[in-house]
Design a protein around this ligand. Structure first.
Ligand SMILES: [Zn+2]
Length: 200
């Protein structure tokens, strides 16, 4: 991994790579064999806090069968989201990952020093991106409670595939449920984060 890549913020990295090692090759083979495939959704609009347009790039890198996203600047310094193995997760969750990664650009995470993996600051960044993602899906796609549950179910399945413990899964779902139920527009939420960070 290049130094640039080590600063990536990766979907489902909330509790770190150590947990990934609990995922055996045997389980991986079984999952890959039984993996359903889905059409890949169109990416959403995405502009960062500096007004730059974010490009979404489809890739099949990363762990086979694992749908993930990464928010980074490419070698030319352009902001991008790398989408990996999206066909392996339902469209509702593809949309969630896109918006989660976009939020790392919108809130300035990508251009700020990256906090240590699993630090409270890192977990906070992930919670913020999850929150923006569910608010955007709610307001842009009109997801009702049934739609929310589809996202939550897919999130649960993806985290379970990697071997996250129940407490991590339920606390992440509880966070997006709270955002979905309690919060106003995604832009207001993003503006609040940017203000707190002194970025606007
Ligand atoms: Zn993230």
């Amino acid at each position: 991994m290049s130094p640039q890549n080590t600063t990536l913020c990766c979907m489902l990295s909330v509790l770190g790579l150590a947990l990934c090692t609990t995922y055996s090759d045997e389980a991986k083979a079984q999952n890959t064999q039984t993996q359903a495939t889905y059409a890949v959704v169109e990416p959403p609009e995405c502009t960062n806090d500096k007004g730059e347009n974010i490009r979404f790039i489809d890739s099949n890198k990363g762990r086979a069968g694992m749908a993930t996203g990464m928010a980074i600047r490419d070698q030319n310094g352009k902001p991008v989201v790398i989408r990996s193995n999206y066909a392996n997760t339902p469209p509702e969750f593809q949309s969630f990952i896109d918006r989660h990664e976009c939020a790392h650009h919108q809130t300035g995470d990508v251009d700020r020093p990256h906090p240590p993996r699993n630090s409270s600051a890192h977990l906070m960044n992930e919670s913020i991106s999850d929150c923006v993602a569910i608010l955007r899906i709610r307001d842009e796609e009109g997801y009702d409670r049934a739609g929310f549950l589809k996202v939550a179910t897919a999130l649960r399945n993806e985290m379970a595939k990697i071997g996250f413990p129940e407490i991590s899964i339920s606390s992440r779902i509880s966070n997006i449920d709270n955002c979905y139920t309690e919060y106003g527009s995604p832009q207001d939420f993003i503006d609040g984060v940017l203000k707190q960070r002194g970025l606007i």
